[in-house]
Design a binder for this molecule. Structure first.
Ligand code: G3H
Ligand code: 13P
Ligand code: ZN
Length: 311
């Protein structure tokens, strides 16, 4: 099966009350772990590539690895640009075979965000590619840029209809209290999401797919694995799974997960190296790392997203 856009998978997810996992990919083992998990539970997938991933692994390598995953799994997979910050970057990914792009104009003014997003939508739609826009700004780390809590802002529901109508975007990322990275809440702070904002957005945008970024749960098992094997991560806190399950049942059709993959991979590599200090063959420590990603993604699909059996 060739790469698909997000159009059909979002419609099915919206109607079915589940969400698709959008997992960040940076190398072969991550792509294999994610896609093998999805294959086993027959789930559609979004594999997303950030500007940083593209810089690290190279556009062509990532596209070819994802094409290999398509051959191996025969699943509906969309290849998506995560946090595109310019028209040029989006164009380069569209021209280079991606089936979906995000243009993240959330750090611009409302009018500038509309102008930039509209330009990307026009280019993308002429070529059959879907586009995700963003309104509101998440805190946390994105491509080496640290957005402080003060600079973060919730999405204003009153702006969403105008944004969607004027830009023509296919989906909209909103800020309701999730954030990027492993430190989403301060120690002692109770994790909270603004479901009231999500509800109002849903009401204002009927039958329209919403995206949640910064949705890793920061699974304690992996933080402990890192800290018990030479790491030193301070109180890392993520989004509780029950909140994500609730979101997945709503208009939220895409849930972005990267940090949990990083923690699973790093935790298992640290553990392996601590237990086998003389080993130096990357295949030895990358085998449990890939297996940890596979296990994690399978659990996310079945226990949180609800998209198992929907491919
Ligand atoms: O939202 C950001 C994603 O986690 C990607 O992170 O830009 O470091 O690849 P990155
Ligand atoms: P996490 O850092 O919570 O995994 O979020 C990833 C993300 O939003 C990618 O765009
Ligand atoms: Zn993000």
């Amino acid at each position: 099966m060739p790469l698909v856009t997000t159009k059909e998978m979002f419609q099915k997810a919206y109607d079915g009350g589940y969400a698709i996992g959008a997992f960040n990919v940076n190398n072969m083992e991550i792509i294999q772990g994610i896609t093998e998990a999805a294959k086993e539970v027959n789930a559609p997938l979004i594999l997303q590539v950030s500007a940083g991933a593209r810089k690290y692994a190279n556009h062509t390598y990532l596209v070819k690895l994802v094409e290999a995953a398509l051959i191996e799994t025969d699943l509906p997979i969309a290849l998506h640009l995560d946090h595109g910050d310019s028209f040029e970057l989006c164009k380069s990914c569209i021209d280079g075979g991606f089936t979906s792009v995000m243009i993240d104009g959330s750090h611009h003014s409302f009018e500038e965000n509309i102008e930039l997003t509209k330009k990307v939508v026009e280019y993308a739609h002429e070529r059959g590619v879907t586009v995700e826009g963003e309104l509101g700004r998440l805190a946390g780390i994105e491509d080496d840029v640290n957005v402080s809590d003060e600079d973060a802002s919730y999405t204003r529901p009153s702006e969403v209809e105008e944004f969607v109508t004027r830009t023509g975007v296919d989906s909209l990322a909103i800020a309701i209290g999730t954030s990027h990275g492993a430190y989403k809440f301060k120690p002692g702070q109770k994790p909270q999401l603004r479901f009231d904002i999500l509800k109002e957005v849903e009401e204002r945008l009927p039958n329209f797919p919403i995206v949640l970024h910064g949705a890793s749960s920061v699974i304690p098992e992996f933080v402990e694995m890192i800290n018990q094997n030479g790491g030193n991560m301070p109180d890392a806190i993520g989004i509780p799974e029950e909140m994500l399950r609730e979101a997945a049942k709503s208009a939220v059709c895409k849930i972005n997960i990267d940090s949990d993959l990083r923690l699973a991979m790093t935790g298992s590599i640290r553990k392996y190296m601590a237990e086998n200090p003389a080993h130096f063959d990357p295949r030895q420590y990358l085998t449990p790392a890939r297996a940890a990603i596979k296990d994690l993604v399978k659990k996310k699909i079945v226990n949180v997203l609800g998209c198992d059996g929907k491919a």
